[in-house]
Design a protein around this ligand. Structure first.
Ligand code: SAM
Length: 225
């Protein structure tokens, strides 16, 4: 596993390894590919330079536009639960800083990622390019509608919390495909993992979490519900 524009050697190598050991491995993350990807991706480049020293801490950090880069453990558990092997086409909703996009780019063959806030997406694109990630396509839009042009997807991950699973995303999954999304109210959610089977959609719930709002046609309304 490698990044073409980045060799993994920087001032933050030690905090990055400590993040992996203390926040991921100790909490039960076992997928060695997820662990290797998160040991490699320079998370500090995905936050403002002045916040670089906080990038490996155990919580989300502001990235501007009232949005956050997800907590490292959330990124790890969401990626792990998709059980990616490397050949998959993945759709990500909520590019944000582009950090999870970078992790996914190392775990899958192609990543499509949608962000509703243009300035965040443009920043994310710059950082992803700067570290040599090229198997990612990005667009500004309402991710609750999915990205039909490239559907169906082997896996879909949503990094913002919605009231329910957006129907278009289920429609854009392959048979056997998996979707992970925080579902709940605007204060707290639980990760739901949906699997498309010949018998219908099977949904399981696990980790409690608190994400920013998923805003869109099949999410929350921008002002109010
Ligand atoms: N995984 C991202 C990271 O590591 O930076 C997390 C980003 S943040 C928790 C969630 C993002 O979802 C925000 O940038 C927000 O603007 C975006 N978002 C919310 N609703 C959306 C929608 N309908 N379509 C696309 N992006 C959306």
């Amino acid at each position: 596993m490698k990044l073409n524009g980045y060799n993994g050697e920087d001032l933050y190598k030690k905090p990055r390894n400590e993040m992996v050991e203390n926040q991921l491995v100790r909490r039960g993350i076992t997928d060695q590919r997820v662990i290797a990807a998160m040991r490699l991706v320079p998370r500090h480049l995905f936050v403002e330079e002045a916040l670089g020293y906080k990038a490996y801490d155990d919580y989300p950090i502001p990235i501007g536009e009232k949005q956050t880069i997800s907590q490292p453990f959330m990124v790890a558990t969401m990626c792990e639960q998709l059980r990616l092997k490397g050949h998959e086409k993945v759709l990500e909703i909520g590019t944000g800083s582009g950090y999870q996009t970078a992790v996914l780019s190392l775990l899958a063959s192609q990543v499509y990622s949608i962000e509703r806030i243009g300035p965040l997406l443009f920043k994310a694109r710059k950082v992803l390019e700067s570290v040599g990630i090229h198997n990612v396509a990005l667009k500004v839009g309402d991710g609750t509608l999915g990205w039909k042009d490239f559907a169906p997807y082997d896996a879909i991950t949503v990094s913002a919390g919605g009231p329910e699973i957006p129907k278009p995303l289920l429609e854009q999954l392959v048979d056997g495909g998996k979707l992970i999304i925080p579902v709940g109210n605007e204060v707290g959610q639980v990760l739901e993992i949906a699997v498309k089977t010949p018998g219908g959609i099977k949904i399981a719930e696990n980790t409690p979490c608190t994400f920013v709002r998923l805003i869109g046609e099949y999410g929350w309304r921008e002002n109010g519900n």
